[in-house]
Design a protein around this ligand. Structure first.
Ligand SMILES: Nc1ncnc2c1ncn2[C@@H]1O[C@H](COP(=O)(O)OP(=O)(O)O)[C@@H](O)[C@H]1O
Ligand SMILES: [Mg+2]
Length: 224
């Protein structure tokens, strides 16, 4: 149901967003109508992002296991760090890597898992103010045959009374300091769906004003 509605919303939203962009090119900054067009462009882009993410979550929850391959996570981690680093740089954040050089193979849908790894890093950067620290960790837990992944930040943190709901679809804590940060509230529900589907689990700890650590583990392939 949601999926059908989302598909139907995608095209009209794309049209609105596209024309707003064209209007922006024709209008001068400072002009009232320029600002209106900018607002239309921003909000329609946000709705498009929401619809796209919602379709992703729905697809992952509804599909069978997706494609499955074996791979070492190092490459994915390099890719997501490369793509997120500019945002951290822009906020003058220090991005530290504590990643084992030769992580063993995991098995699953590479694209889905990439999203899961990326989402935690994206959130850490997003919910940490300028000049903060973000640490990305990946290691092996040999005893339990697990890949352990975690992203720690020195960000806004999440008030205890809001922590129960953050994996729910569309839920956004809007904690003090973070009220104006845009988002869909779908990222963590996607992470959870993907990780669960691959036989792992998600966790987090968070303290207001101090920061948060979000992580998950995934089973290693039997061959390890
Ligand atoms: N690293 C983090 N630090 C503080 N709050 C976070 C962090 N990650 C997630 N959150 C909170 O959890 C909510 C849900 O996260 P998510 O599902 O990724 O949605 P979005 O980022 O689009 O808001 C966020 O709106 C935010 O309030
Ligand atoms: Mg997010």
């Amino acid at each position: 149901m949601l999926q059908m509605a989302s598909h139907d919303l995608k095209n009209p939203l794309g049209v609105i967003q596209g024309y707003a962009e064209i209007m922006l090119m024709e209008l001068q900054p400072g002009d009232d109508y320029h600002d209106f067009a900018q607002d239309i462009s921003n909000v329609s882009q946000r709705m498009l992002d929401m619809v796209t993410q919602l379709l992703d979550v729905e697809r992952i929850e509804a599909s069978a296991a997706g494609t499955s391959e074996r791979f070492v996570p190092n490459e994915i981690l390099r890719e997501i760090i490369a793509s997120e680093k500019p945002k951290a740089d822009q906020k003058k954040q220090v991005l530290l890597e504590e990643i084992d050089a030769d992580l063993p193979e995991i098995e699953g849908d590479r694209a889905q898992l990439r999203e899961a790894f990326a989402n935690l890093l994206e959130n850490a950067i997003k919910y940490t103010p300028d000049n903060g620290f973000v640490i990305i960790r990946a290691s092996v837990d040999d005893a339990n045959q697990r890949l352990e992944y975690a992203v720690e930040d020195t960000g806004y943190g999440i008030p205890v009374e809001l922590q129960d709901r953050i994996f729910e679809r569309f839920y956004r804590a809007k904690q003090p300091g973070a009220e104006h940060i845009p988002g869909t509230g779908l990222g963590l529900s996607l992470v959870k769906a993907v990780v669960k589907r691959h036989g792992g689990d998600v966790w987090f700890t968070s303290q207001v004003g101090k920061g948060s650590t979000f992580g998950f583990w995934l089973p290693l392939t039997a061959a390890h």
